[in-house]
Design a protein around this ligand. Sequence first.
Ligand code: IVH
Length: 675
Amino acid sequence: MTDSTIIKKIEKLRNEIRRHEHLYYVLDAPEISDAEYDALYNQLKQLEAEHPETITSDSPTQRVGGAPREDFASVHHSVPMQSLDNAYSELELRDFDRKVKEGAGRENIEYVAELKLDGMSMAVVYEGGSLARAITRGDGATGEEVTANARTIRSLPLSVPRSEMKQLSLSEAFEVRGEVLLGRKAFEKINADREAAGLPRFANPRNAAAGSIRMLEPSVVAERHLDYFAYLLLVDGGAPLETQWQELETLAALGFKVNPRRKLCSGIDEAIQFIAEWDTQRAGLEYEIDGIVIKVNSIALQREMGSTARAPRWATAYKFPAQRAVTRVNNIEVQVGRTGALTPVAILEPVALGGVTVKRATLHNEDEIRRLDLRIGDRVVIERGGEVIPKVLRVDLAAREEREHELREFVMPDRCPICGGHVVREEGEVAWRCVSSSCPAKLKEAILHFAGRKAMNIDGLGEALVDQLVDGALVKDFADLYQLTEEQLVALERMGKKSAENLLTEIDASRQRGLDRLIFALGIRFVGERTATLLADHFGTMSKLQEASQEELEAVFEVGPIVAASIRHFFGEERNRELIHRLEAIGLRPEQEVKRKAVGALEGKAFVLTGTLERLTRDEAKQRIEQAGGRVTGSVSKKTDYVVAGADPGSKLDKARELGLTIINETELEELLKE
Ligand code: IVH
């Protein structure tokens, strides 16, 4: 038995962390610094490590707990997830309003206007106040169960406060529907990563969000920084309140992220005004929207109006016209990124588009230029999508004839435009890549990442300075930073004695950073902050991590084959091993206390549940298995250790028999749990 004061202390700490997560991820209004948050989080981790029996699945430490999986289970939606009818003009909106008025038999209709987020809809089911299941929209009737991935979304509460549920007299089970979303920054980062890996870019944030939530390795999903905005609340498949506005306020009170940019409109005119406001302001949002959703506020009226097979009659989605402009491509330049990928960029005749002046457009890669049949000097249509930099949609071929002679074919350089090194295009890749290990373009990006706030946190080491350090050959790798002298620094532009001293103090102080930060700072593919922390906790030293085998890496609970292979690849390079060696010689040898999870009786064992159990609900069974160190996956494979079969088992049991796996019943499971 755990001492009740410990339990209270742990629960208090959890609530405090939850409050700060809510302030940070949902309300965007943090009250404490990242470091203070980390301290609280680590304190909780420590206490939980000492008292593993207190761990509950809704603890803030349990977001990334799911093991990699082989597929997702299909799940029926409580009620179909509908789509929305579209309106493309004020005329169509007024027509919608007229139909609503006819249906209602009255003139005064209230509407709720919400931003139409360009993501993917997802339903989240809560049971007993805890997140039980997350299901993608799928075909509307059936979706895929992506719970382990959804748990990694920090703005999605793992549980809702009981007190709040009571006050709202909300029943034990309810469902939330909303949008999984990627901010512009996160979207750009994913695309940059994909490009670096030779994969095609996601065309828009919606595809990227959908692709991310359906990835099979939750630890990779966790690093993608997905977001979730809630817009519908359901109890027993219906709306439990009287108005849509109340629904949104209730969702916010429960701790969900609800878009503050919304308006309760006294009629269609106000809704149209809201649309006009956001049409001009949307470029400034941190995420992409493609329109405004207008919903009838009264739920009674919603019920009365009902739905067509496809969409409700009480709502419509106004779609913004695409943000497009016509201009001329004056030149095509080639940029080199951190991974050496060469990206052609169109230099445009400046043109106004959605409230900003656009001077450049990305062309992604050589194939894209060929697909567009683009020449330098062409007139083009450009479009702003989820990215900050717009893209070239098409070439105005009709405008070409009279000025054919002014046009110039673009040729991809056969040498890196930055360092003159060799460029190669690997089989199956879209990008040409500079393979020179000392390419300054790659190095600059890598150093900026290394010095970043969440990595080694070297304040004052910004872009202008890194440019000078690399161009002047003062820094050729991370280790060189630690050998800079005051003399060298004061010789640089805009660098006085005082700033040089400050920078050296900063660099020196960064020697004290923990192992987690150092691992993150190295810029290993797929190893973001969270994964870096997990690795640091598990291995304790850089050399242990460096020597870890694929199996040992995968044994870190949340690390799957993709992440493990990437780490192996990084340390497999002679150059990287040398770098680590040099960093150690300089004194960067952080050690971290190894925080292995207390070994439960079922440590590392994989379970699959099928059929109905008598005494335990599925969630209870799952929770107890996880508390004992095991994990529950959705599908049977050779790696499954136990299949727990209840009444009316499904096809999973047949498959288990086929594979000759160990099949146990509920009583036998209880025996195992007791051990
Ligand atoms: S309400 C029955 N509200 O737009 C109600 N949808 O084109 C259906 N969407 O599938 C959804 N923002 O993925 C609603 N504030 C919002 C929304 C929104 C984005 C998406 C959603 C839906 C699609 C329909």
